[in-house]
Ligand binder design. Structure first.
Ligand code: PA5
Length: 476
């Protein structure tokens, strides 16, 4: 039987769209709304940005653009490996951080049962500690049967302190459990083919290795082995995931702003930023997309938060991404979005059809304040609440848009990933910044290396130890 993602009909039914009505003056008023003419006025800049993206791509810099279509061998290798090894394990643990963890968490929350790890014994339980909190990691190691556990150590640089320290701890714990001759089967290394220390250790130990292309940055890497190995182990259809990304790549391939959802939304976010809407809230109304919002937060923040533009001028630019969840955060953040400063764009994600629904029982018909809920469904309630919030925001002149997802599956999640990545690339061009580096996070890392005595970081150690002494009177 032909895979569903190959059918054009099914693809069209599953197409992710973006509704930007409420970004415009026509819907939210002149004071805050964007004018159609302002979008049209961006045409030349978008063409220039698109030329720059294509140029960088041709120079081999923007590897994320190739991922949807050019990984046949990688996919075969991953599937073969997973088919052979899947039965050996009950637990799959990802040791990675930032771009090496968040995509995996997003895929897990979006595409696996919310209580996956609690399901019957045959299920491969998935864990992503994503932190170096000792209590959390100790508890994980105590909980797992390490003989039935595989760790995927993911680090593109192969030297990230958080990932490497968890790896060292896990390696020792595994050795104690299975003996030094059997360690290699319990570790996979996902790293750069050409550089880094993880690669050296993995080769020495004989770990199975998968490679992250050098031209794909961490936060753009979920569709490389970084996310695909986990996904394949978890039973997610990685071919469908990539097909979804590829479908969005086709949809978002032109330079006509009105036809390309990534460019249209990118332009609107950029124009909104120029009008002082410097916060970008991602608010899915589906719990399963909550960690897509978290992944997006990193993508947007690390890519667009920059001090300098490409000319070396200080611009200190970048919209602040905020993650929120509908309907949960209607009861925590919505008040601020409705009445606080006019500095936000609210990006909703609406799921048209949930995989399952719950009918609210026909009970307490005589209790007025509750009886209106009878015989309605939870999916109807959550989507009505979303539409009601959208209208309330619009009436108050608050910019908002909605990404419409017909159903959550690997194909639509693949579309979302590519849509957000391309949109980020475009906005980076419009700000004329390098969206692919993260110089700001280096300094903190370097002080840590210095304090821990890493070779080559003596200067940082000295700087750290000669920092201004804190005053007791300010610690109360
Ligand atoms: O997006 C990025 O580049 C970062 O968030 C990295 O993914 C993160 O710092 C982890 O780096 P590495 O994969 O090299 O361990």
């Amino acid at each position: 039987m032909e895979a569903r993602y190959k059918s054009q009909d099914w693809q069209e039914k599953m197409r992710v769209k973006i509704d930007v009505n409420n970004m415009f003056a026509e819907f939210i008023g002149e004071k805050h709304g964007i004018k159609v003419s302002e979008v049209d006025g961006m045409a030349k800049e978008v063409e220039k940005a698109d030329r720059s993206i294509k140029k960088q791509y041709k120079e081999g810099k923007l590897g994320f653009i190739d991922l949807p279509d050019r990984q046949k061998e990688v996919v075969n290798e991953i599937e073969d490996f997973v088919n052979k090894r899947r039965g050996d394990f009950d637990n799959f643990v990802i040791l990675g951080i930032g771009g090496s963890a968040l995509g995996n968490i997003a895929l897990q929350t979006a595409l696996k049962d919310p209580y996956h790890n609690l399901k019957n014994k045959d299920v491969l339980r998935i864990y992503v500690p994503d932190n170096i909190d000792p209590e959390r990691f100790q508890s994980l190691l105590n909980t797992l049967d390490l003989e039935r556990t595989v760790f995927n150590v993911i680090s593109k640089s192969g030297s990230t302190a958080e990932t490497m320290s968890l790896f060292l701890i896990a390696r020792k714990a595994v050795e104690e459990e299975v003996g030094s001759d059997n360690i290699s089967k319990h570790f996979i290394a996902t790293t750069s083919r050409n550089s880094g220390y993880l690669r050296i250790i993995a080769r020495k130990e004989g770990f199975k290795m998968f490679y992250i292309p050098d031209n794909v940055g961490g936060r753009f890497s979920v569709l490389t082995p970084v996310g695909l190995i986990y996904a394949a182990f978890a039973g997610i259809n990685i071919r469908e995931l990539l097909a979804g990304a590829s479908y969005m790549k086709k949809i978002a391939s032109g330079t006509d702003i009105w036809e390309n959802p990534a460019y249209l939304n990118g332009v609107l976010q950029y124009l909104a930023y120029q009008k002082g809407k410097i916060m970008s809230v991602m608010m899915p109304y589906a719990h399963s997309l909550k960690d897509i919002a978290d992944w997006y937060r990193q993508l947007w923040a690390e890519s667009l938060g920059k001090e300098e533009n490409r000319k070396g001028e200080i611009i200190n630019v970048g919209p602040t991404p905020i993650k929120a969840l509908g309907a949960t955060d209607q009861h925590s953040q919505a008040q601020l979005y409705m009445e606080g400063p006019y500095d936000k764009v609210i990006n909703f994600i609406e799921v048209e059809k949930f995989h399952t629904d719950l009918k609210i029982p026909d009970l307490y018909g005589d209790v007025k304040g509750v009886s209106y809920l009878r015989n309605k469904s939870l999916s109807d309630l959550i989507n009505t609440e979303k539409k009601a919030t959208e209208l309330a925001l619009s009436k108050r002149g608050r910019l908002n848009n909605t990404i419409l997802v017909p159903k959550i599956n690997a194909f639509t999640v693949g579309q979302l990933i590519y849509l957000f990545e391309l949109q980020t690339a475009l906005v980076g061009e419009l700000f004329n910044i390098n969206a692919y580096n993260q110089p700001g996070v280096e300094l903190g890392k370097e002080y840590t290396y210095g304090v821990f005595g890493r070779e080559g970081y003596q200067k940082m150690k000295d700087e750290y130890h000669s920092r201004p002494e804190k005053k007791g009177k300010y610690i109360v």
